[in-house]
Design a protein around this ligand. Structure first.
Ligand SMILES: Cc1cc2nc3c(=O)[nH]c(=O)nc-3n(C[C@H](O)[C@H](O)[C@H](O)COP(=O)(O)OP(=O)(O)OC[C@H]3O[C@@H](n4cnc5c(N)ncnc54)[C@H](O)[C@@H]3O)c2cc1C
Length: 504
């Protein structure tokens, strides 16, 4: 039994901790904050819970591979999941288009809104079905794994999307409403394959939700880790991974304490691991290339949460177009409005509004954070602008909203250390096939990675899978070591016997 020390108590860290314990290892998770969960979190303001994370969870269909991980960690508990009927609704003028879970409803909705695009819509729907097969979920009712033949059949249909951005895909349609619908959820710059996979995942029932809110779910996962015998050290920030003669030996905390380890898993932001905890030279080449690849985007977002004195007039995510002056001011085309109903009852309904910021804008806001008065003014204006955009879209909300919090990429940077405040991994545009960065860190024995940054585009399933893969890599390395030492001891024994037999 080896002692595995895991830096970071987010989903990747807690998942690797749970799988380490299930594999018979001792596990210690070191988390900088007083609450476990990392970005899977939430907080309370004025009697209301703000949910930072879960608005969809890939891996809720029991035939998917990730479902088993969610059951093991407690992300999905005995209460099961909430089947959501829609992921998002986009409004263009008076037209509303919705990504329905029911793909036939999606097709008929799009066709009713844009009869002239009927042929193109049919093609789009067939390609979403091909993507479902490619992602592993087959059958008309999405109730079984795809066969190898179904996957092979899907390849030619999907190949044409490889070089396409969402904006290229949108241009196949004449209807401006459909074009906006396609470019609103991920922006037009993302790869069309990413968009197809969102549509395929959701319409195959593989993007539902746990019953509870993000913070409650995070606490449950941490509880499971502790119940299995894991040690969770909260409020302890790792300052350094001590490496001697190419082997990781221990972790020194900011409070000066050193924790010895047989294996160390870095489950915090990859930018924190390389450069802060260990020398940057150990960053895997594949990861280094990604950080400098201009086609890969890192993003974060600005948010405002309101408690409402009335019913929220929409369900799920609702995307509106920002007025021109706000588009220019905030470098964003759309704003996503969310209603959160799950989990601990809030006194009033909570409406959360957010818009995505690309890297340059994130950096600008993070710089403002260093100038407190300017940053305060920025947040003040943001709140007023967001509130006016929400009320312009839903006039019945005017006078009924009370802003309970405003947060930005600078908040995420402060919380996780991610350089641009990003909370997902690299988002990819056209011409990129995402591949995973291995768990073992080359050049440092006994050091492993478990982070969403290993796989694009990140998110909870990528984080959890990274945790599982780190433990698999440790198991593989240990088997190899054991085999090597049993070969060496067999060799030593043979030498010893041949020595004894030798007349001299
Ligand atoms: C607004 C928002 C909405 C989202 N929506 C979704 C969604 O609907 N579906 C989805 O799948 N994903 C969503 N995500 C993304 C998801 O939250 C992340 O992909 C996931 O939580 C990443 O997990 P992680 O464990 O890799 O990293 P993190 O969550 O970043 O966890 C890393 C942990 O390491 C800790 N840490 C850092 N440095 C140190 C140190 N030196 N010492 C000790 N601890 C340290 C941090 O405090 C943190 O707890 C969303 C994220 C946000 C912010």
């Amino acid at each position: 039994m080896s002692k595995t020390v895991i830096i970071g108590g987010g989903v990747a860290g807690l998942t690797s901790g749970i799988y380490a314990l299930l594999s018979g290892h001792e596990a210690v998770v070191i988390e900088a904050h007083g609450t476990p969960g990392g970005n899977l979190t939430g907080w309370d303001r004025k009697g209301c819970r703000i949910d930072n994370c879960l608005h969809w969870l890939t891996g809720t269909n029991p035939v998917s591979d990730t479902y088993g991980i969610w059951k093991t960690t407690g992300m999905i508990d005995e209460k099961g999941t909430v089947a959501t009927d829609r992921l998002y609704t986009y409004r263009h003028g008076n037209t509303e288009l919705t990504l329905w879970r029911d793909i036939d409803l999606l097709e008929s909705d799009l066709s009713a809104a844009a009869p002239g695009d009927k042929k193109e819509i049919g093609r789009f729907i067939r390609d979403i079905k091909a993507m479902k097969a490619m992602l592993g979920i087959g059958g008309e009712s999405n109730d079984r794994k795809s066969t190898a033949a179904e996957k092979a059949k899907a390849v030619p249909r999907l190949l044409k999307y490889y070089g396409m951005k969402c904006s290229d895909l949108a241009n196949r349609f004449a209807s401006p409403a459909i074009r906006g619908f396609i470019c609103s959820i991920l922006t037009g710059k993302f790869g069309a394959l990413a968009l197809l996979s969102v549509f395929a995942t959701f319409t195959s029932g593989n993007g539902d939700l746990p019953h509870d809110d993000s913070l409650s779910v995070a606490k449950k996962i941490a509880e499971r880790f502790v119940l299995l015998g894991g040690k969770l050290v909260l409020g302890a920030k790792a300052a350094k991974i001590n490496v001697k003669n190419g082997t990781a030996l221990s972790v020194t905390l900011e409070n000066g304490r050193t924790v010895a380890a047989d294996k160390i898993i870095a489950a915090c932001d990859a930018g924190v691991t390389f450069g802060t905890l260990v020398d940057e030279k150990y960053m895997p080449t594949a990861l280094k290339k990604r950080y400098s690849d201009k086609r890969l985007m890192r993003f974060s977002s600005c948010h405002c949460a309101f408690s409402c004195d009335c019913r929220i007039p929409f369900k799920g995510d609702y995307i509106i177009r920002l007025p021109q002056e706000l588009k220019e001011k905030y470098k964003a085309d759309h704003m996503v409005l969310r209603e959160f109903k799950r989990g601990r009852g809030s006194e009033k309904p909570v409406l959360q509004a957010m818009y995505f910021c690309l890297e340059d804008e994130c950096r600008r806001i993070i710089t403002l954070y260093g100038r407190p008065r300017e940053y305060r003014n920025f947040k003040h204006e943001l709140k007023a602008d967001i509130e006016s955009a929400v009320c312009a879209a839903f006039p019945q909300l005017a006078g009924k909203l009370d802003c309970i919090d405003v947060w930005t990429p600078a908040t995420y940077k402060r919380y996780t250390g991610a350089e641009t405040g990003s909370y997902m991994s690299f988002a990819f545009t056209s011409g990129v096939i995402p591949s995973a960065v291995p768990s073992a860190v080359k050049g440092v024995k006994n050091l492993y990675l478990a982070t969403q940054w290993q796989t694009m585009p990140g998110g909870l399933p990528m984080a959890a899978n990274a945790g599982v893969n780190a433990i698999k890599a440790i198991e593989r390395d240990e088997k190899r070591e054991n085999l090597k030492s049993s070969v060496i001891s067999a060799f030593d024994r043979a030498r010893y016997f041949s020595y004894r037999k030798s007349p001299n």
